[in-house]
Design a protein around this ligand. Structure first.
Ligand SMILES: [Zn+2]
Length: 209
């Protein structure tokens, strides 16, 4: 079986689209409001589940499409959480993982995605699925975080493969037991025009904090 070659999912910023800019600003301002209220659970990210439940997203997806979305897939959640954490100045990196799932479950998911007109390519086989997660820097070390479930990924999950910073896929077992796991500080090299606009909005929020 071939493991995915695409990079972690990124919501598009349409050049010149006011609704895209508004969606980024909405995300960051709601997050700031929750931080001021002292939200402490799950890195204070769980508020997103009040707006989107985990489910199909149609790709390519843009920020301005969030307004009408009821569901968000792991790629959308990962991008939203990473954007928020970056704005807060929290170290965070996107991870791509492959984990095992029950065939009965993957059948249901495939039906759900197809019914929504979304591509179910993340279901790699009847018992392997692609997923996107985050590596978050905390005072006590790195946390492997599931942005779809808003919780740390523990040993109950059967993760098989992991890919960090667009490198090679490696076995989870050897990656997870490595003592020198660290965030890759090098900035992404996939920043196009839209991406630069997102960076501007994020920078404006940081300056205004
Ligand atoms: Zn747009």
């Amino acid at each position: 079986m071939d493991l995915p070659t695409h990079p972690p999912s990124r919501l598009l910023v349409h050049p010149g689209c006011a609704d895209c800019a508004d969606a980024v600003a909405w995300l960051l301002s709601v997050d700031r409001a929750y931080q001021r209220m002292g939200s402490r659970t799950a890195f204070g990210l769980s508020w997103m589940l009040d707006h989107f439940r985990w489910g199909p997203s149609r790709w390519p997806a843009a920020w301005c499409e969030l307004a009408g979305a009821e569901t968000a897939d792991c790629g959308v959640f990962a991008d939203l959480c990473a954007t928020v954490l970056e704005t807060r100045g929290v170290g965070c990196e996107r991870l791509q993982i492959v984990e095992s799932a029950a065939p009965a479950q993957t059948r249901l998911w495939r039906e759900q995605w197809e019914a929504a007109g979304a591509v179910a390519g993340w279901i790699l086989s009847e018992d392997w699925v692609y997923h996107e997660s985050l590596l978050i820097d905390t005072p006590t070390g790195l946390c492997h975080f599931d942005p779809s479930e808003m919780c740390e990924i523990g040993t109950e999950r059967r993760v098989l493969w992991v890919r960090q910073a667009g490198g090679e896929w490696g076995s989870w077992q050897s990656w997870d037991s490595r003592s020198d796991n660290a965030l890759d500080a090098s900035p992404g090299n996939d920043a196009g025009d839209g991406e630069e606009r997102l960076v501007d909005i994020v920078a404006a929020f940081q300056a205004d904090a």
